[in-house]
Design a binder for this molecule. Sequence first.
Ligand code: SAH
Length: 263
Amino acid sequence: MQQSDAPPPRQRDRRAPRLFVSQSLATGETPVETVTLEKQQSHYLSHVLRLGVGARVLLFNGMDGEWSARIVEAARGAVTLAPDDQTRPQVLGPDLHYLFAPLKHARLDYMVQKAVEMGVSRLAPVITERTEARRVNLDRMHANAVEAAEQCELLSIPDIATEERLAPALERLEPGRTLIFCDEDAPSANPLTALSGLPPGQPLAVLIGPEGGFSDAERALIGRRPHVTRISLGPRILRADTAAVAALAVIQATLGDWGARSP
Ligand code: SAH
């Protein structure tokens, strides 16, 4: 087999803890001198993982790729690290907005974490007629998104929108963005048929309804928007959090970044 002349992949210790930080990590190829962690992350490294000076941590911030960094100081409740090796360049994921009726507590945590793992670029909670949760804790959503990104080796955190009602949320979508409408009332069909008719690599949004599903008025409102592809997720009604994962899987497999479709 032809040996590629690409340099060997940098040594990356997958066991090293990964932390999302807000600070800059580098300017181009040049790493910043040091990054000092916030109190909570410092406590996590020092007292939970019991790491000290010399230990290595992987840092990412959604802009500069992932950097391996060495702990250079751990004192007075603050851990300071020196990034010295870019282990992965920043790459842009699919342009995939995730519009969803927020569920309550643990089910919402699950929905957010799974959507982040599946590579969405934006989390947009939508309040529909039958949505039970009226308010969304955005800090909690952000914490769930960060945890999923750290654990699943992602390089960025999706944008997190404040909750808004269905009509303004639909208006906010750019005209050219195709909306994939997961409709529990759609005639049972294989979603791959509808999705494989769309051009891959385009800006997308997916819409998942609440425990009570969509009302007919909402269905009509959604249907009036151009560039809507209504899909069924098969013959059974899925719970909203299950539907979210199922929909994102078929979307990423047909139109997203799970690999080019075989001819
Ligand atoms: N009552 C259940 C399911 C409600 S349907 C619950 O407690 O969650 C929730 C949402 O999941 C629907 O609005 C739709 O967006 C999606 N969904 C569920 N089953 C589906 C199906 N078979 N086809 C298309 N979308 C589906």
